[in-house]
Design a protein around this ligand. Structure first.
Ligand code: SAH
Ligand code: SF4
Length: 459
C-alpha cells in the first residue's frame, strides 16, 4: 500500500516539475512517506526526519515534507517536534500535493493538510516509470478499513473502507500492461469486502474481469481477512488461471481468547477449517500469514495455541510482530501488558519454528520445474546493465507461489540466451535456502507456450 502511495506522490511531484534524484544532498525537496502500523516504523520515520536538520542548515531553501499514516496520525504536532519541517500531508491529501508545494515555494509558509472525507477521491497511478519494477506493479482496489481490530491504527489513519470503481482499476492495469507489466498485486486491507458497500462487483467478479486483460500473466492480491474468506474465493483459484497459487491469510494468533480480544471475528477452528477447504481444492497452494506475539493478556497457554496452529497449518512463510501500543487503538488501554523480554522470547521461539517449515517447503521444490517471470538482476548481482548480455549475471524472479528463484544467465538454454524483465523462464530447482531457491533454466518463453504449466511440475 505504501509503495503504491509513494508512486502516486512521485507522479504528483513529477507533474509539478520535480525530477527524482538518488542523492539526498542534491535534492531541493524531500518527501518522506510513512507507516505507523507498528511503533518501530514510526520511530524510524522520526529519526530520519531528525537527521534532515543538518541538510536544511546547509541548504535553507530545501523543502521537507512528511506524508502517510504518521502524518495523518500526528498532524500539526509534527511541525512542533521537527522545526525544519515545511509540510505535513495526510493519507487523503496526495492529489493536493502540487498545490501545497507551490504555496510553500511562493510563501515559504509551513502547512498541515490532514483532512479526511468518508468517500475520498481515489487516484489512478501512471504507467511504470524508470524507478518502478517494470514487471510487477501494485494496484490499490480499495482504501481504509472498517474492521477495527483492537490493536490496529489503520481505521484511524486511513479512514473508512472505500472501493475504487472496477472500470478505473481495469483501465489502470491495462495502462501498466501496455508499458510491459506482466503481474499485478491488487491491494486492500480486506479484499474480500471489495465493492460490498458501494454495490459494485464482488471481489471474485473483479478478479474475473482482471483475468481477461490480454498480456497480463499473473494476478496476486493482499490482504484477505479470514472472517470473510469463503468458498467463492476458493473456487476463483480453480477457475482463474492467472491467479497465483498463493494466499496471504493473516491469522494473528492461534488462541481463541486472544482472537476475541483482538476483535478478529473468527476462531482457530474456523481458520483451520478454511485452510483445509482451500487445500482440498488447491493442494499446492502456498499460504503465508501475519502473527502478533505478546498481545495484552497473552499467557503461555495462549502462545502454545499459536504454536499449535502453526504446526497444524505449516505456513510457507510468516511475518511475525511483537505487539506494540498504537494511538487510538483500543488495545492500548488493555491491561496485562506483556514485557518486552517476554515478547522477544516468544518471537524468537515462533521464528525458529517457522524457519523449519519455510525450509521444508522450499526443499520440497527441489527437482521440480518452476515457471517464473524474470524481474531483473538478483540482489547479489550489484552491478551491470539489464540491457547488455552478461552471461555470469545472476537473474531473479518469483514462482507462482511467491518464492524467489535465482539463476545464472549463462545457464539459459539456446544460443541467444535471450532474457529481459518480463520473460517467462522455466527453472529446474536444485538448491533450497531459507528465503530463496536456486536453479537452472530449462526453457524460456520462446520454447514453451506462454505460461503453460504455470503451476510447478515435475522434471
Ligand atoms: N489488513 C491486514 C493487516 C494490515 S497491518 C489484516 O487484517 O491482516 C499488517 C500487520 O501488522 C497485521 O497483520 C499485524 O500482524 C501487524 N500489526 C498491526 N498492528 C500491530 C500492532 N499494534 N502491533 C504489532 N503488530 C501489528
Ligand atoms: Fe487493521 Fe484489522 Fe483492518 Fe487489517 S482488518 S487493517 S488488522 S483493522
Amino acid at each position: 500500500m505504501n509503495v503504491y502511495d509513494s508512486e502516486q506522490i512521485a507522479i504528483q511531484l513529477a507533474a509539478t516539475g520535480y525530477q527524482q534524484t538518488s542523492s539526498l544532498e542534491a535534492a531541493d525537496l524531500v518527501i518522506l512517506n510513512t507507516c505507523t502500523v507498528r511503533a518501530k516504523a514510526e520511530q524510524k520515520a522520526f529519526s530520519f526526519l531528525g537527521r534532515l536538520a543538518r541538510l536544511k542548515k546547509k541548504k535553507p531553501g530545501l523543502i521537507v515534507g512528511v506524508g502517510g499514516c504518521v502524518a495523518q496520525q500526528e498532524g500539526a504536532k509534527i511541525l512542533k517536534r521537527i522545526p525544519h519541517l515545511d509540510l505535513v500531508f495526510g493519507t487523503q491529501a496526495i492529489d493536493r500535493l502540487p498545490a501545497l508545494i507551490s504555496k510553500i515555494e511562493a510563501k515559504r509558509c509551513r502547512i498541515v493538510d490532514v483532512s479526511m472525507t468518508d468517500h475520498p477521491e481515489l487516484l489512478d497511478a501512471a504507467p511504470a516509470g524508470q524507478n518502478h519494477n517494470p514487471v510487477s506493479r501494485f494496484v490499490t482496489i480499495m482504501r481504509g478499513c472498517d474492521n477495527y481490530c483492537t490493536y490496529c491504527v489503520v481505521p484511524y489513519v486511513r479512514g473508512r473502507e472505500t472501493s475504487r470503481h472496477p472500470d478505473n482499476i481495469v483501465k489502470e492495469i491495462k495502462l501498466f500492461v501496455d508499458s510491459g507489466v506482466k503481474e499485478v498485486t491488487l491491494l486492500g486491507q480486506n479484499v474480500n469486502s471489495y465493492g460490498k458497500k458501494e454495490g459494485l462487483l464482488s471481489f471474485t467478479e473483479l478478479l474475473a474481469r482482471v483475468q481477461t486483460i490480454e498480456g497480463l500473466l499473473r494476478i496476486r492480491f493482499t490482504t484477505s481477512h479470514p472472517k470473510d474468506f469463503d468458498q467463492d474465493l476458493i473456487d476463483a483459484f480453480q477457475a482463474n488461471d492467472k491467479l497465483c497459487n498463493h494466499i496471504h491469510l493473516p491469522v494473528q494468533s492461534g488462541s481463541n481468547r486472544m482472537l476475541k480480544r483482538m476483535n478478529r471475528k473468527y476462531t482457530k477452528e474456523l481458520y483451520l477449517d478454511k485452510v483445509a477447504k482451500l487445500r482440498d481444492t488447491c493442494p499446492d497452494i502456498a499460504i503465508t500469514s501475519d502473527m502478533i506475539v505478546g498481545f495484552p493478556g497473552e499467557s503461555d497457554a495462549d502462545f502454545d495455541e499459536t504454536l499449535d496452529l502453526m504446526r497444524k497449518v505449516a505456513f510457507d512463510g510468516l511475518f511475525a510482530f511483537m505487539y506494540s501500543d498504537r494511538p487510538n487503538a483500543p488495545a492500548t488501554q488493555f491491561k496485562a501488558k506483556i514485557s518486552d523480554p517476554q515478547k522477544s522470547e516468544r518471537l524468537q521461539i515462533l521464528l525458529e519454528l517457522q524457519e523449519t517449515y519455510t525450509r521444508k517447503k522450499n526443499e520440497a521444490l527441489i527437482g521440480s520445474i518452476q515457471p517464473i517471470i524474470a524481474e531483473g538482476f538478483s540482489k547479489k548481482q550489484s552491478s551491470g546493465s539489464l540491457d547488455e548480455p552478461n552471461q555470469v549475471a545472476q537473474w531473479t524472479g518469483r514462482t507462482s507461489t511467491n518464492k524467489i528463484v535465482n539463476f545464472y544467465h549463462r545457464d539459459i538454454p539456446g544460443s541467444s540466451r535471450d532474457i529481459f524483465p518480463g520473460k517467462v523462464v522455466h527453472v529446474k530447482i536444485d538448491k533450497a535456502y531459507a528465503h530463496s531457491l536456486w536453479g537452472k533454466p530449462v526453457a524460456i518463453e520462446s520454447t514453451v507456450e506462454g505460461l503453460k504449466g504455470e503451476k510447478s511440475y515435475a522434471a
